[in-house]
Design a protein around this ligand. Structure first.
Ligand code: XUL
Ligand code: CO
Length: 482
């Protein structure tokens, strides 16, 4: 993730810290999350709207010139037998939209949202939560996703942390009732705190394993209490750099026992939501047990967990693992594991997890073709695990980014409908395999094509003629729908 030599890195960090001090001094509001107080502390007394200039975003169609309108996403419109909103089940990720600061490995925070006061207080957390619900309502999105630690501040002890969480969750519950919204999923943040430097469920320290269990227990309770439809596991540090200091088998066994305990606890509290695992390679560890969908599937199978878990495919994680998002979605789908999509995309040149909003129409069409073949994602959906670019610093950009991501996927869905209606691409694929519609093909597909029978056939048929794969024609047919 971080390339470049150490001295250069230190220089950049030092200079960006100086720069951020200068910026902070010039600004009227504080950059989010700098850790210092800018105005003497937060109170929850925000007057009026958080987004006063922004109307409720409406569908205006592809010819609209209004940036704060949908061109392709029309929530109530029926496409392929379902309302668009039911295909999409969009969700706002609290961490990117309301805790994202614009910082990157080389640069300081750039965002200074008017409601942020630079503290990590409970009052600030409440104010931010109110801004979040106004944002969702204006956007017309009725689901959200959160990490436990980004909605409520850490306390000095687990008891204090949990008490903070309870206070914020009560407010979220009230705001959800007022706006008719709920979590698509919740999760525990098990990667930022130094205690998790060796992993959480894979840590060699038993007290860290136990701490992670206590944290997930609470996060499951909170997700259940808020009516969440799913719960996600993503470790971040569930891996290792070398095998020199690592007992890989023991770590895998621990992780499986942890996940089984989560399944047991979910059942005990009556949480009916789906448990999801989110594969991701690298960043920061090299060898991950959840590298991609196939690795995760093998892990789940080995430990008898396949019936209890589905997969949350994140497009930028897919490309980091050397696959396309479409490949990962199809691998999950054909194995009955496609549970949710973290809708984002990477930069083709940058090569790390830039978590950008998806804007590529071709990619979105491929993503939506998997979703349609899957019959939808429910009880999962599309979570915008995506952030504004570092240089996007207007409050309005929060809306523009989501509108762009939602319209891109909506356009993908419309394209899939066009492809299905046209039928030529499906026909091309059907024809490619039609030799298997023969008697001998059916025998093979039923698992009864023994080698002696097939050898006899070859002796009878002679050398096979092999037709063209028609790759370019497939590309023409696909692109003509975009
Ligand atoms: C990190 C990532 C996470 C998970 C939830 O790359 O995608 O935000 O989605 O922990
Ligand atoms: Co994600």
């Amino acid at each position: 993730m971080m390339k470049g030599s150490k001295p250069l890195l230190l220089l950049l960090v030092a200079s960006s810290l100086c720069l951020s001090a200068v910026i902070a001094a010039q600004q009227q509001t504080c950059p989010a999350d700098l850790g210092g107080k800018c105005d003497g502390g937060a109170s929850d007394d925000w007057e009026g709207e958080f987004f006063p200039g922004v109307p409720k975003i409406k569908y205006e169609g592809p010819t609209s010139k209004n940036p704060l309108a949908y061109r392709w996403y029309n929530a109530e419109e029926v496409i392929l037998g379902k309302k668009m909103k039911d295909w999409m089940r969009f969700s706002v990720a609290f961490w990117h939209t309301f805790r994202g600061t614009g910082a990157d490995p080389f640069g300081a925070p750039t965002k200074s949202w008017p409601w942020e006061d630079g503290t990590n207080s409970l009052a600030m957390a409440k104010r931010r939560m109110r801004a979040h619900f106004e944002f969702m309502e204006k956007l017309g999105v009725d689901r959200w996703c959160f990490h436990d630690r980004d909605i409520a501040p850490d306390g000095r002890t687990l008891e204090e942390t949990n008490a903070n969480m309870d206070e914020i969750v009560e407010l979220a519950k009230q705001l959800q009732a007022e706006t008719n919204t709920k979590p698509l999923w919740g999760t525990a943040q098990l990667f930022m705190h130094p205690r998790y430097m060796h992993g959480a469920a894979t840590s060699p320290e038993v007290k860290v394993y136990a701490y992670a269990a206590a944290q997930v227990k609470k996060a499951l309770e909170v997700t259940h209490y808020l009516g969440g439809e799913n719960y996600v596991f993503w470790g971040g540090r569930e891996g290792y750099q070398t095998l020199l200091n690592t007992d890989m088998k023991r770590e895998l066994d621990h992780l499986a026992n942890f996940l089984q305990a989560a399944v047991d606890y979910k059942k005990k509290i009556g949480f009916k939501g789906t448990l999801l695992i989110e594969p991701k390679p690298q960043e920061p560890t090299k060898h991950q047990y959840d590298w991609d969908v196939a690795t995760t599937f093998a892990f789940l199978q080995k430990y008898g967990l396949t019936g209890e878990f589905k997969i949350n495919v994140e497009c930028n994680h897919a490309t980091l693992s050397g696959h396309s998002c479409h490949h990962e979605l199809e691998t999950a789908r054909i194995n009955g594991l496609l549970g949710n999509i973290d809708a984002n995309t990477g930069d083709p040149q940058v090569g790390w997890d830039t978590d950008q909003f998806m804007t590529d129409i071709a990619e979105a069409t491929l993503v939506m073709s998997s979703v349609v073949k899957n019959g939808g994602l429910a009880p999962g959906g599309f979570n915008f695990d995506a952030k504004l670019r570092r240089e996007s610093t207007d409050v309005e950009d929060m809306f523009l980014a989501h509108i762009s991501g939602m319209d891109t996927l909506a356009r993908g869905l419309r394209n899939v409908a066009k492809l299905i209606e046209d039928g030529s691409l499906d026909e091309l694929v059907r024809k490619r395999y039609q030799s298997f519609d023969s008697q001998i093909g059916a025998l093979i597909e039923s698992g009864k094509g023994d080698f002696e029978t097939l050898e006899k056939k070859v002796l009878e048929w002679g050398e096979p003629t092999v037709p063209s794969g028609k790759q370019e024609l497939a590309e023409i047919l696909f692109h003509s729908a975009l």
